[in-house]
Design a protein. Structure first.
Length: 411
């Protein structure tokens, strides 16, 4: 393939698509308005898990949504101006919360997550930054011991698929994670995982690897996408770009680029926040979720990061300063000896579909246009396998995977 494949979006998904295409001998070109990997890819909690295969919509979630919305300290919020879009999105979300739907979504998520650790290590091999991915457990910590049960459907599904889980009490928690508050009375350990020591740095390193393998990386904002008889025409802030084959991996911004083509997708900007502490004076050995607060903490190269919140709002709505204060408060509650004197905060936008699955594959009636967006909370885990599947499709190789659950126009 002499002409380069153009990838819109240089986040972790776009970068992994580029590397997988290069492995197949295909030239690539990445276009992004910002530096590679510094949007949603940068700010996540760093969990790289073959077992993050449980969708957001689970049986019974409808019972907890009102409490989450009404609580000042709740993990879920909706900007008032977003409610007209939130209601239809939320109804679709709830329609996927039955057990059969949850299990089907989990099967699809497993396809994308199962090989994530192996693929990241393969991509990082030879870069000198192999230590950015380290072995880890995922500790789900509970303040109420009665709430911690391996009979929970999410844990059941993981065990059925081969995950090694262990239920431990307060004394064992102290051995596994000494920095955690004694208020945590039980925890479920999900083993056989890894964590990113600097998600943004991983994206930088892999983008540089792609560049060293002759990838062209263009800094520009795409303002329009059109097709004519010879291919695709991209209007950008730095001029026109033509492409025969195009991968759309622009995260939450992907839907707006498709609207002029008559394609309306229920892709929401589910905003997440994190706070980071540069001199924490405590260390976490694994990724730890405070199940009650719905936040995840992890030690990284630059300190401890605590990430969480699901805020639905317009893409360009300003960050809510109350989220930063809440996360800082929750971090201190989770880690009583945490030094919070050097704190920074961040907000990013998760591209979320109601069924927790991304749009992957050729978009019907749009020759040469491939979707690779909508990875919700799971982008870091799903990016490497997404890259493999999309690279096969673009290179004309039929993947040995049923991609029906990820059909871009399934809604």
């Amino acid at each position: 393939m002499e002409e380069p494949v153009t990838i819109i979006g240089a986040g972790i998904v776009g970068i992994c698509c580029a590397l997988s295409l290069q492995e197949r001998g295909v030239k690539v070109r990445l276009i992004d308005r910002g530096a590679p990997g510094q949007e949603a890819s940068f700010g996540n909690a760093g969990v790289i898990s073959p077992w993050s295969i449980i969708p957001q919509a689970m049986p019974g979630i409808w019972k907890s949504i009102p409490k989450m919305l009404l609580s000042v300290d709740g993990p879920l919020s909706v900007k008032p101006s977003f409610w007209p879009k939130m209601i239809p999105w939320g109804l679709r979300f709830l329609s996927h919360s039955g057990e059969a739907s949850a299990r089907a979504a989990s099967d699809a998520m497993e396809v994308l997550c199962q090989s994530s650790v192996m693929l990241y290590r393969r991509h990082l091999e030879g870069t000198g930054h192999e230590n950015l991915v380290v072995d880890s457990w995922y500790v789900h910590a509970f303040r109420n011991a009665d709430s911690a049960s391996l009979r929970d459907l999410g844990f059941q599904i993981r065990q059925e698929k081969g995950a090694e889980l262990e239920l431990i009490g307060r004394d064992q928690i102290k051995q596994v994670e000494p920095a955690l508050s004694p208020d945590f009375k039980a925890a479920v350990l999900i083993k056989g995982q890894a964590r990113a020591r600097a998600p943004g740095k991983i994206a930088e390193v892999l983008a540089q690897k792609a560049r060293s393998q002759a990838a062209e990386i263009i800094r520009a904002e795409i303002t329009a996408l059109q097709r004519d008889e010879t291919g695709w025409q991209l209007t950008t802030t730095t001029g026109m770009i033509r492409a025969h084959k195009l991968i759309l991996a622009a995260g939450v911004w992907s839907a707006d680029l498709l609207k002029p083509l008559g394609l309306n997708m229920p892709l929401a900007a589910e905003r997440g926040y994190h706070v980071a502490f540069a001199n924490p004076e405590v260390t976490l050995n694994n990724s730890v979720m405070d199940v009650d607060a719905k936040i995840v903490a992890s030690s990284m190269l630059d300190g401890i990061r605590v990430a969480g919140s699901s805020e639905f709002a317009a893409i360009d709505a300003p960050a809510d300063p109350r989220k930063e204060k809440l996360l800082a408060k929750q971090a201190r509650t989770m880690l009583p000896d945490l030094n919070t004197s050097a704190m920074t905060s961040w907000m990013g936008r998760r591209p979320s579909f109601p069924d927790s699955l991304p749009a992957l594959g050729q978009i019907k009636n749009q020759p040469g246009l491939f979707a690779a967006f909508g990875h919700s909370h799971y982008g870091l885990m799903m990016a490497p396998k997404t890259g493999e599947l999309i690279a096969d499709l673009v290179a004309g190789v039929a993947p040995n995977t049923d991609l029906t659950p990820f059909e871009p126009l399934r809604f």
